[in-house]
Design a protein around this ligand. Structure first.
Ligand SMILES: *[C@@H]1O[C@H](CO)[C@@H](O)[C@H](O)[C@H]1NC(C)=O
Ligand SMILES: *[C@@H]1O[C@H](CO)[C@@H](O)[C@H](O)[C@H]1NC(C)=O
Length: 201
């Protein structure tokens, strides 16, 4: 093969590779790059007085960041406990499609749980205990088919716990203690909390 033909072939291969790497994340929706963007959105929305998120630098792979764990170059765990972190959760967290463990407990997080967390089909542990979260527990959490442990105790949640959450197939423990919730279903012993039935409207 001539030099020109070889060069041409290399260019073609490079073009195909580049095009594929640009298109596949769009087709399949998620990769380590989209994981990184979701975590960057979270960092931007958090208040971090102790600077514990200072190594969350978008110039490097998020698998190297503090509080982050990965498998097969996808983010599987975000675990930030007891670090005085405030601010809000973000809808972008719903794009972390490989996430197994989301634990941001005993901090100062406020606002509501984004309904988009209901997209996390691999999530097994959701721990947001001991924060200042309020509003309703989104019924979309009833879509989390892999969920085993959910700790939402000691927050300021109000309103109705949806029966969708009551029928999750893998659930072993749901701790909703220390909130002002009511229930529209009869909770199984897996549910801890104040079993007040909602008033009929
Ligand atoms: C449930 O939450 C309450 C309030 O935070 C806590 O005291 C209790 O130990 C928790 N129970 C379990 C089994 O996690
Ligand atoms: C249970 O919830 C009801 C309604 O939110 C509230 O009035 C009551 O004080 C709660 N009881 C306990 C023991 O937390």
């Amino acid at each position: 093969m001539s030099m020109a033909a070889t060069g041409c072939l290399m260019l073609l291969t490079l073009t195909i590779t580049l095009t594929a790497s640009l298109i596949f994340p769009l087709v399949y929706g998620a990769d380590i790059e989209s994981d990184k963007q979701a975590l960057a959105a979270l960092k931007k929305s958090l208040v971090d007085p102790w600077n514990v998120l200072s190594d969350w630098d978008v110039a490097v792979n998020p698998c190297t960041w503090n509080f982050i764990e990965c498998e097969n170059n996808r983010v599987t765990s975000v675990s930030i406990g007891m670090n005085n972190v405030g601010g809000n959760l973000v809808p972008e967290l719903g794009g972390l499609s490989a996430l197994v463990d989301l634990s941001i407990f005993n901090n100062m997080i406020e606002g509501t749980i984004p309904a988009e967390l209901g997209n996390l089909q691999n999530l097994e542990v959701l721990s947001l205990s001991e924060n200042l979260l309020s509003g309703e527990i989104p019924p979309s959490l009833g879509n989390l088919r892999s969920l085993v442990f959910v700790h939402l105790d000691q927050n300021e949640f109000t309103g109705k716990v949806s029966s969708q959450i009551g029928s999750l197939p893998s659930l072993k423990l749901a701790n909703f203690s220390g909130n002002s919730l009511c229930w529209d279903f009869w909770p199984t012993p897996n549910f801890l909390g104040n079993y007040t039935l909602c008033q009929a409207e």
